[in-house]
Ligand binder design. Structure first.
Ligand code: HEM
Length: 403
């Protein structure tokens, strides 16, 4: 039931108020379509769910939040937790501390630096696909989408690949806890501690035997002439773990879900692989699944509405990338958009550091998969649901094809 606050009842401007839960489970695309529906009502709204929070729903408001860290701090991860007991670096830092870290990290994620990974990315992708191509079916997330970026990440950081299964388990406990199994998120916190313990041991090993990898390189970094404290190095490793693993897997899940159900788009990719970079961009726009949160730093007048210091704000990027004011026919996948300046990788100081790697991994996956498995479909009778929250994601994707 929507209530509308007006100037008469104390608010400085009208905005809808309702009990909107941003972390529900529903059919695929229900999270983004929920934001589409809220946007059709108003560019921002107040939710009374849990501790209460604002939700920004259109491109203008969302960009404004992302580009003004002086008002909208990144020190939080979810709207229900205004004071988290952890700090992911650089994601949860604000300028100027954040700027110093970006200067350290940026040279390691340039297009040129990522180009050097191309062969490894392609080899890894091909070997995973060839592992199941002849069977005629796969559990897309478990057999492919989770493993592929995880191994690339491990190589980039210089981690031994025999830790893969353990990594996948931690990733699952932190990022995909099933609400019923772990309501207090205890397993998630334990897994986070385990990841940090794992990195702490590895850092000691790298100190003794440095390699050509990012983790070894990080031991040489200096801030104001001082080496990075161990605690901060671990917070950076933890963030890399979160940001580098799950995101590409989720994006692959959505892209292949779409392609399995849209034979025309699929056959276009098979017939004309040159369209793949445009398809990658369009899937990023259409399924934009990252939904960050921010915390208001000072009492502020926001388009005539009073935001209070400490207020929490939900900033779903799909609100911007599916905004019809910015994209014609925003609710349709169109590979031929003349302009596709989406913000699926964010905007402002925290814009994704891994975007060049992510694009490369996505492009290579579409190329290599369709070379080997051009025709496939969703396996009959398997229900596919989606989680909302800070990252929307498909929970399951079974694909079948003629072996
Ligand atoms: C499809 C894949 C990906 C998407 C859609 C994505 C999206 C994003 C977004 C939206 C942000 C900003 C969040 C905010 O403003 O709060 C972000 C930050 C970040 N991403 Fe990605 N990402 C992807 C893949 C990757 C990969 C593969 C890596 C690393 C290997 C990576 C590393 C990072 C880092 C380090 C940050 C923090 C940047 C900062 O705080 O300055 N991402 N990503």
């Amino acid at each position: 039931m929507t209530e509308v606050r007006t100037a008469q009842d104390g608010g400085a401007c009208p905005y809808p108020v309702r009990e909107y839960d941003n972390a529900t489970v529903g059919p695929v695309l229900s999270a983004a379509e929920g934001i589409d529906a809220l946007r059709a009502e108003h560019p921002f709204m107040r939710s009374t769910f849990g501790n209460g929070f604002w939700t920004f729903t259109n491109a203008e408001m969302i960009r404004e939040a992302l580009q003004h860290p002086d008002v909208f701090s990144s020190s939080v991860v979810t709207v229900q937790d205004p004071d988290p007991p952890y700090k992911w670096i650089p994601e949860m830092l604000d300028p100027p501390e954040h700027t110093t870290w970006r200067q350290l990290l940026a040279p390691h994620f340039t297009p040129k630096a990522m180009e050097r990974l191309e062969d490894k990315v392609r080899r890894r992708c091909v070997s995973l696909i060839e592992g199941f191509a002849d069977t005629g079916h796969c559990d897309f997330l478990r057999d492919f989408a989770w493993r592929y970026p995880t191994t690339i990440f491990m190589e980039l950081m210089g981690l031994p690949l025999d830790g893969l299964e353990q990594f996948l388990e931690w990733e699952h406990q932190i990022l995909h806890p099933s609400a019923g199994d772990d309501p207090e998120h205890t397993q998630g916190m334990e897994a986070m501690m385990a990841v940090m313990g794992y990195f702490a041991e590895l850092i000691e090993e790298k100190r003794a035997h440095p390699g050509e990898d990012l983790l070894s390189g990080s031991l040489e970094w200096r801030i104001q002439g001082q080496p990075i404290p161990m605690e901060d190095l671990l917070s950076w490793c933890l963030l890399m773990f979160m940001a580098g693993l799950d995101t590409v897997s989720i994006q692959l899940g959505y892209s292949f879900w779409h392609l399995a159900g849209h034979p025309d788009d699929r056959s276009r990719i098979v017939q004309d692989p040159a369209v793949i970079p445009a398809a990658v961009e369009e899937f990023l726009r259409y399924f934009s699944f990252v939904a960050p949160s921010r915390k208001v730093m000072a009492d502020t007048d926001f388009h005539g509405c009073p935001l209070k210091k400490g207020d929490m704000v939900f900033v779903p990027l799909s609100g911007a990338t599916r905004d019809p004011a910015q994209f014609e026919d925003a609710g349709t996948v169109l590979f031929d958009r003349a302009q596709n300046n989406h913000i699926a990788f964010g905007a402002g100081p925290h814009r994704c550091l891994g975007s060049h790697l992510a694009r490369r991994e996505l492009r290579v996956a579409l190329e290599e998969w369709h070379r080997r498995i051009p025709d496939y479909r969703l396996t009959d009778g398997v229900e596919i649901t989606e989680h909302g929250g800070g990252l929307y994601s498909i929970d399951r994707l079974q694909l079948s094809w003629q072996a």
